[in-house]
Design a protein around this ligand. Sequence first.
Ligand SMILES: [Zn+2]
Length: 340
Amino acid sequence: MPLVSMRQVLDEAAKGGYGVGAFNVNNMEQIQSIMEAARETQSPVIVQASRGARAYSQDRFLYHLMIAATELYPEIPTVLHLDHGNSPETCKSAIDMGFTSVMMDGSLMPDGKTPSTFEYNVEVTKKVVEMAHAKGVTVEGEIGCLGGIEDGHGSGGSGLDHLTDPAQAEEFVKLTGLDALAIAIGTSHGAYKFAKQPSGDTLKMETLIAIHKRLPNTHLVMHGSSSVPKDLQDIINQYGGKLKPTWGVPVEEIQLGIKNGVRKINVDTDNRLAITGAIRKVFMEKPEEFDPRSYMKPAREAMKKVVALRMTQFGQAGHAKDYTPIPLAEMAKKYEAVAV
Ligand SMILES: [Zn+2]
């Protein structure tokens, strides 16, 4: 099965009332972990790469690893998505390389740090929608700014600094015609999302519900949605790590989001924690080991376990064979028909 468009995967998720995890990758082992978890749980899957990941993997390595994934796991509908594109040019380079979905994050200026104006955001997002839809490629936009910084991207502030305004979100979708909308409801990128278990004061689920009421047919995206479970933190600290206590987004809150229009859930930190914990354990317990496979194999297994669990919790498990992929050229025709 070739790489599929994210729009189709999210449309199917909306029909089935479930969410789809979007997992970040930088290397072969992370891709293998996700694809194995997808096979084990029979899940459609979104694999995403940030600008940092594309640079780290020299872009072409990443692309060809993903082609290998489609060859080795032909039964799994697999999306290759650009996470936080900072400009139309970045999105174009991803589309040219074969990404089937791109995020144009116009909530920030091209420096990836400075919050932008609404007008700027509409302008760049619309531009990417026109360019991407002509090729059948999906577009995610963002309104409001997430907290924190990851891979050098982010406004750096608290997740509460630039929350999404529901009325503005509605206007934004109308003006841009995008497929999926990332919203800011108090979450942040990175491991340190909340200083204690989040409550309604710090995680604004009522904002999400208000947005869904205005945009019942728009696929909503939760960024910064690792749950940062204590057991994964504990393994790292037990084997010599020094993580400070931290809280992520509880899975029950994500499930509430899924009941209210959330179709894509971005998870990165949990996988990073799982990998690092597994590697630290081998290093501490077997200091004589020096074959990278001796720690990469348990790392891969640890990440696979977390991904498979999230796939089950988000409800995408069991849905890999529900539908036949629509070729991108056909998606392009569908967009064209709607636009006329
Ligand atoms: Zn994000």
